[in-house]
Design a protein around this ligand. Structure first.
Ligand code: LUZ
Ligand code: MOS
Length: 753
């Protein structure tokens, strides 16, 4: 089963898998389209819908005035209206919702809406927000030891600044929802969301109805990457408001332009650092101040800011740490979760600090990295003690398995002989904490039915978004029940079957939901064993289920799975089970900023090599060679797929993907012609992934560690590989830490005097 394919493979390749837009619609279905702010900041003086309302086929244009509950969709903080009332805070902020008999009609009507705005000053950068005192909430700070005292004693102290840009999620399936009225004012929403419960909760709040009136159903997503953790909600809520009024189904799918313009992205960060080292390259002290560009509302920014602090020292032990993060309120769309959730932004800063130190001291960056890797029982700045640490193991394994020193010599040899082309190499270790940093979110449930013919239906709170979590859930169920995978079906994720779910996020979905599946299956097996024990008159402890058959004392019996289930039915034994799992051990005290927030950490090391064309500034990623800590992978094909996908996304973030807003807050990179994601030509020419041989962790499902987010941060290595190639060409280049390192920036760096 460890080699089984994603259960969606055939459906995907044949185009048979269903996404929201594939749902067969009811004949009387209407179509929704958002009218959004055409300026980034201002007071709304008037909006004139009269011409738009006259268009034939326009049914109704909804505004905040049509909301029967609260006009409030904020999750962490109540600071975001569904539809703007008298002020707008970002370009693309929803103001109204046009419902018509077709999308084309709604589009035509949208052009006829006239809005008058009294414009206010626009803030687009975090630095400017900080200068003006514009924040989402109070800053957070983590402290360990005493940095001030330590800097005094350091042999080297360096300061610098970094910038990392945002990133567009670019899920293949845009945001969307199909809302269908049910009887008695109930509404069913088929939504492309990572967080069905958030959609349910916020819909109920805005409609002013209890949650049980709202059912969310999710078959699968065409990608989420964090962009549908919170930001799938408004589109569903709008459709639900329309259904509440019109009592007809409403389909609301964003076209790509609207999606790009109206949704938030990864947070850009402007940061400063101070790093102190001793002669032996030990990092004694590290300070960083992170300015997070949160956008116009909180969304998940406070949680993302927190994760930046958790990952500010990456996989290094630093005895004296002081970090601080400001969530800066600007006039951009509210930025949101994106694979890594603030962790990558934090890790880029310490990697930059080490690169700066290496450059100033005149040593290879990797010697400083290597001298500071975490060891067993080291303390993180937030008080958790590192155990089962694989930082050094993965580093050493990468170094030896991929012959790092030989690779370095090849790079240096190449650079001696070539002038137009230069190669660069870098090593990037990662350390990522697994669990929602908000302890109360770390729980999940599973509901399992064994039907009387022996087939099984599994429901969980996990949302399938291409990461293959359904395949992993199926593996857990089939293995625990001892039956063939074909006997197990994964049901849609539905709030009436599994309630109060945390979003599928934080790399934790398989761990949390998988543990719940395991518990439910174990309860069912316990009951079935009792049935067998009676049927065969054997002691229950001798009974087990394997290969669809009953085994007694590990010997195959004649009794089949189906026979036992049929007998259980006759004996009136419950064949359904609901189980609840909550991660043990974890805790965190925000008043002290100390605790044990993570179930465990995931480690790994990547070696990246690149070739820069020093005439043009273009570059190729030659190879990325990775030793990754999968624990004991339950499905290595799927897990390597996650590593490769995350790596490509991390490389895109660091190299090509450049979000641009004009000074007045308009998204300039508003189409795929102006926003470039890695394709097969800009990805690495080769990717090698070797699993680090480890035991895995008890708190990981089947000891198979979480894999969704951690490998994204291997992409940070490419930034420094390119930088090393630039250094090889231009001896007077002073390293800058301003990502993405686009070919334009590379060209400037190559010829910087
Ligand atoms: N979402 C969240 C996340 O709500 N809390 C987290 O800690 C987290 N971490 C990673 C990705 N999404
Ligand atoms: Mo996320 S960044 O939705 O795990």
């Amino acid at each position: 089963m460890k080699t089984m394919k994603n259960i969606d493979s055939y459906g995907h390749v044949r185009g048979e898998s269903l996404f929201v837009d594939d749902v067969i619609v009811r004949q009387d279905t209407l179509y929704g389209l958002v009218f959004d702010a055409p300026k980034a900041h201002g007071k709304i003086i008037s909006v004139d819908y009269s011409e738009a309302e006259k268009v034939e086929g326009v049914v109704k244009i909804f505004t905040y005035k049509d909301i029967k509950g609260e006009n409030q969709i904020g999750g962490i903080l109540p600071d975001e209206p569904l539809w703007a009332e008298d002020e707008i805070h970002f370009w693309g902020q929803p103001i109204a919702f046009i419902v018509a008999t077709s999308e084309a009609i709604a589009k035509k009507a949208r052009l006829l809406i006239k809005i008058e705005i009294d414009e206010l000053p626009v803030i687009t950068t975090a630095k400017e927000a900080k200068e003006k005192g514009s924040f989402i909430n109070a800053p957070r700070s983590f402290n360990l030891g005493n940095t001030t005292a330590s800097f005094e004693e350091c042999d080297y102290v360096f300061e610098g600044e970094t910038f990392s840009n945002g990133q567009e999620h670019l899920y293949l399936e845009t945001q969307g929802c199909y809302a269908i009225p049910q009887e008695n004012g109930n509404i069913k929403l088929i939504s492309s969301t990572q967080g069905p419960t958030s959609v349910q909760q916020i819909t109920a709040r805005v409609l002013g109805v209890p949650m049980h009136k709202i059912e969310i159903d999710v078959t699968r997503l065409g990608g989420g990457f964090g962009g549908k953790e919170d930001q799938a909600t408004p589109w569903a809520v709008m459709a639900a408001v329309a259904v509440q009024h019109l009592k007809k189904p409403v389909k609301h799918i964003l076209n790509r332009h609207d999606d790009l313009r109206m949704t938030g992205k990864r947070h850009p960060y402007e940061s400063t650092f101070k790093i102190g080292l001793n002669k032996d390259f030990k990092i004694m002290a590290f300070e960083a101040e992170f300015l997070q560009n949160s956008g116009a509302a909180a969304d998940l920014s406070p949680a993302i800011a927190e994760r930046t602090l958790f990952h500010a020292t990456n996989s290094y032990f630093v005895p004296n740490v002081k970090t601080k993060v400001f969530s800066c309120k600007t006039n951009l769309p509210p930025n949101t979760a994106f694979r890594g959730f603030g962790g990558p932004q934090g890790m880029f800063v310490i990697e930059s600090a080490i690169a700066q130190a290496a450059d100033k001291i005149g040593v290879e960056k990797r010697l400083i990295q290597e001298a500071n890797l975490l060891s067993e029982n080291d303390e993180f700045s937030y008080g958790q003690i590192a155990t089962q640490v694989e930082a050094k193991n993965s580093w050493i394994a990468a170094k030896s398995k991929f012959e790092l020193e030989k690779l370095e010599q090849e790079v240096h040899g190449f650079n001696r002989e070539n002038n137009q082309f230069k190669k660069g190499i870098s090593v990037m270790p990662i350390c990522f904490g697994i669990s929602f940093t908000n302890t109360s979110m770390n729980h999940a449930r599973a509901l399992i039915h064994i039907y009387q013919d022996g087939s099984v239906g599994v429901s969980t709170g996990a949302v399938e978004m291409g990461q293959s979590v359904n395949t992993k859930m199926l593996q857990v169920a089939a293995e625990t029940l001892g039956i063939h995978p074909s006997k197990v079906k994964l049901e849609t994720t539905n709030t009436t079957r599994v309630a109060n779910t945390s979003p599928s996020a934080a790399s934790s979905t398989a761990d949390l939901n998988g543990k719940a599946v395991l518990m439910a299956c174990n309860s069912l097996i316990g009951r079935l064993k009792k049935v067998v024990s009676k049927m065969l008159s054997v002691d229950i402890s001798f009974v087990s289920f394997q290969n669809d058959t009953v085994f007694v004392e590990n010997k195959k019996s004649n009794l089949l799975w189906e026979d036992v289930v049929a007998q259980a039915m006759l004996k009136r034994v419950a064949l359904s089970e609901n189980a609840h799992y909550a991660t043990p051990i974890i805790h965190f005290d925000k008043t002290k900023e100390k605790g044990h927030p993570f179930a465990y950490h995931v480690y790994g090391t990547a070696i990246s090599t690149v070739t820069v064309d020093c005439l043009r500034g273009t570059y190729e990623i030659d190879a990325v060679k990775i030793v990754h800590d999968f624990g004991n992978s339950m499905n290595i094909g799927i897990d390597i797929g996650q590593v490769e996908g995350a790596l490509a996304q991390g490389i895109g973030w660091m190299t090509l993907e450049e979000i641009a807003y004009s000074e007045d807050g308009r998204l300039l990179s508003n189409a795929l012609s102006t926003y470039k994601v890695p394709d097969v030509f800009s990805g690495p020419n080769t990717i090698d992934v070797i699993p680090l041989e480890t035991e895995g962790h008890e708190l990981a499902i089947q000891k198979s560690k979480a894999v969704g987010e951690p490998p994204l941060m291997y992409g940070i290595g490419t930034y420094f590989a390119i930088q090393n190639a630039v250094k090889a060409f231009n001896k007077s280049y002073i390293p800058k830490f301003n990502s993405p390192f686009t070919p334009e920036k590379v060209l400037m760096a190559l010829y910087q005097k």
